[in-house]
Design a protein around this ligand. Structure first.
Ligand SMILES: C[S@@+](CC[C@H](N)C(=O)[O-])C[C@H]1O[C@@H](n2cnc3c(N)ncnc32)[C@H](O)[C@@H]1O
Length: 343
């Protein structure tokens, strides 16, 4: 009889976005590992049934997961991505976070999952760590896909977010079948946040404690009034409002700081600074303010009932670090469909 339960393990689970995506695709997530206390608090609030191991992954004893030995269908590995991003090229080999990708190897060797998905920023495939990973996987008798760039905007997420996805599977047919990921209808900023009420100042009486406008300085409010609605940029600022740090630099440097989102387009990539317009194009399409935490969470496809622990900065970090749950659920659905065929 076909076994319809598919078990998953989430390494570097953060706030649980990947877990949510896998659960939505029908996987039973048995366990997860992360060491960030606030992200783990968020994880427990939303996935109390999962065995979350709150620890530095390098200290985790594999025997903790004995029930998953040879019984693990999907292993998700979303190691910290900063060492590989184009903004950190000079840190690539010295940063010991690079080694965290390879930390997954001991889990793979011990648990022998049927399918593995690695998610990271494009750039990993150019790093020596990728060659080491591929060699290890082949040595463990895995078939390994070519690293593929996937844009979340093609997978039903109202945000451009290009990620490097690498698959490995015990069976070549399983790998081929799972890699056939179906594009989804595109979503815009309006689709995601257009129905939200106006954001007001923070107070205890707010119905949604994640939907409040940050206090901006009078000078910044004056700047925002000059940024054209719907996609405008700091290049429209009159000379006296241009920031000192932007004077005399080429136009293409920091083009997104103080920029507005566009209602009819996907949002730009949300980072951990996603509610701070000095860090990117994070101004509301028409209101003179940065997007709220609720808007950021929606643009990452977290449902409104998802609970976040921590202060505003910690929540923005969890949101910006996440793999959009919808992106993960589309990928995981493709893997589940391939596993269901029993190939
Ligand atoms: C890119 S985020 C993963 C996001 C997560 N998959 C999600 O979708 O929300 C990387 C995560 O790795 C965790 N991390 C970094 N170094 C770690 C370590 N040595 N041990 C365990 N977790 C670690 C961080 O706390 C962070 O949550």
């Amino acid at each position: 009889m076909e076994n319809s339960n598919f078990y998953a393990l989430d390494l570097y689970s953060g706030s649980g976005a990947v877990t949510l995506g896998m659960k939505n695709a029908g996987f039973i997530v048995k366990a997860a590992v992360d060491f960030d206390p606030k992200a783990c608090e968020t994880y427990r609030l939303n996935h109390p049934e999962v065995n979350l191991v709150e620890s530095d992954i390098r200290d985790v004893h594999l025997s903790t997961f004995d029930d998953l030995k040879k019984n693990l269908d999907l292993l998700a590995v979303c190691a910290p991505c900063q060492p590989f991003s184009s903004r950190n090229r000079n840190k690539m080999s010295s940063d010991d976070r690079v080694a965290l990708v390879l930390e997954a190897c001991r889990f793979i060797e011990y648990l022998q999952p049927k399918f593995i998905v690695f998610e990271n920023v494009p750039g990993l495939e150019r790093n020596q760590v990728f060659a080491e990973l591929e060699k290890f996987l082949i040595g463990q008798e895995y078939h390994v896909s070519r690293p593929e760039k996937l844009d979340a905007a093609e997978l039903g997420v109202p945000q451009r977010r290009v990620r490097m996805i690498l698959f490995a599977a015990k069976s070549a047919k399983l790998l081929e079948s799972a890699a056939n990921i179906q594009p989804q209808a595109r979503k815009s900023v309006r689709d995601a946040i257009g129905d939200l009420p106006s954001a007001v100042e923070r107070s205890n009486s707010l119905v949604d404690q994640m939907h409040f406008r940050r206090a901006h300085s009078a000078l910044n409010l004056e700047r925002l009034r000059h940024i054209p609605k719907n996609g405008g940029s700091r290049h429209s600022l009159p000379h006296h409002l241009v920031l000192d740090c932007h004077r005399g630099i080429p136009d293409h440097h920091y083009p997104d700081c103080y920029g507005r989102m566009h209602w009819e387009q996907p949002a730009p990539t949300l980072t951990t600074g996603c509610t701070d317009f000095t860090k990117g194009r994070y101004v509301h399409p028409e209101d003179d303010r940065a997007i709220t935490l609720r808007e950021a969470a929606r643009l990452q496809t977290f449902p409104d009932e998802y609970q976040f622990a921590g202060n505003s900065g910690q929540i923005a970090t969890q949101i910006g670090n996440a793999v959009p749950p919808t992106m993960m659920s589309v990928i995981a659905a493709s893997i589940r469909s391939a596993l269901t065929k029993g190939i």
